[in-house]
Design a binder for this molecule. Structure first.
Ligand SMILES: Cc1cc2nc3c(=O)[nH]c(=O)nc-3n(C[C@H](O)[C@H](O)[C@H](O)COP(=O)(O)O)c2cc1C
Length: 171
């Protein structure tokens, strides 16, 4: 038996994963970024192959992860979480920073970011799992708390597409 409600009991952080350069770049909301080793520090990012950002990670070989805080503007979830950068410029008006690899970091509503260089990747069907080695990490705001998928209210719907919270459990 598989009770899919069980998946709500597992905690996931909400982040924006971004990649590209100062001319071509993109990002998306992810609840599947997690640390896999400590020495060296490596992170796994599970990315749908249909995501525009997947192409950028493949091409640039690195990605940034911005950790969002609990009062993140719902417009940010709508913009990055259910619309594709193929259809509009998601990063217009967004504050960006560029670090070691030249990949953009989304600063809006972010409390911290990490930058990772892809060292391995796994094709798991609908998604790619990118393993990235940590090359930079900074705290932006030490006062605010990070947000988890479970922090979103049960009746949360995407402000742009109307999709419900449970639509984002399955990756
Ligand atoms: C709460 C939430 C969590 C999400 N988690 C993931 C994820 O872990 N992996 C993924 O590939 N897409 C995830 N998505 C979906 C992408 O953010 C979405 O498909 C996005 O529009 C892709 O943008 P892009 O095509 O511009 O890259 C999530 C969306 C939301 C709202």
């Amino acid at each position: 038996m598989i009770d899919f409600n069980t998946l709500f009991k597992t905690s996931y952080g909400l982040h924006i994963i971004s990649s590209g350069d100062d001319k071509r770049r993109n990002g998306f909301i992810s609840n599947t970024i997690f640390q896999v080793t400590a020495e060296p520090a490596q992170f796994a990012a599970c990315v749908n192959k249909n995501n525009y950002t997947c192409e950028f990670i493949e091409k640039y070989g690195s990605f940034d992860v911005s950790a969002l805080h609990q009062n993140t503007d719902s417009e940010i979830f709508g913009r990055f979480g259910n619309k594709s950068g193929r259809d509009f410029n998601k990063l217009e008006g967004i504050t960006l920073k560029y670090c070691e690899t030249g990949v953009p970091i989304i600063m809006n509503d972010s409390i911290a970011f990490i930058e990772c260089e892809v060292v391995q990747k796994f094709d798991v069907g609908t998604h790619m799992i990118f393993i990235g080695e940590l090359i930079q990490a900074e705290i932006i705001d030490d006062e605010k708390e990070d947000v988890k998928l479970s922090d979103l209210p049960e009746d949360w719907t995407c402000p742009m597409c109307g999709a419900e919270k449970e639509d984002f459990i399955e990756i």
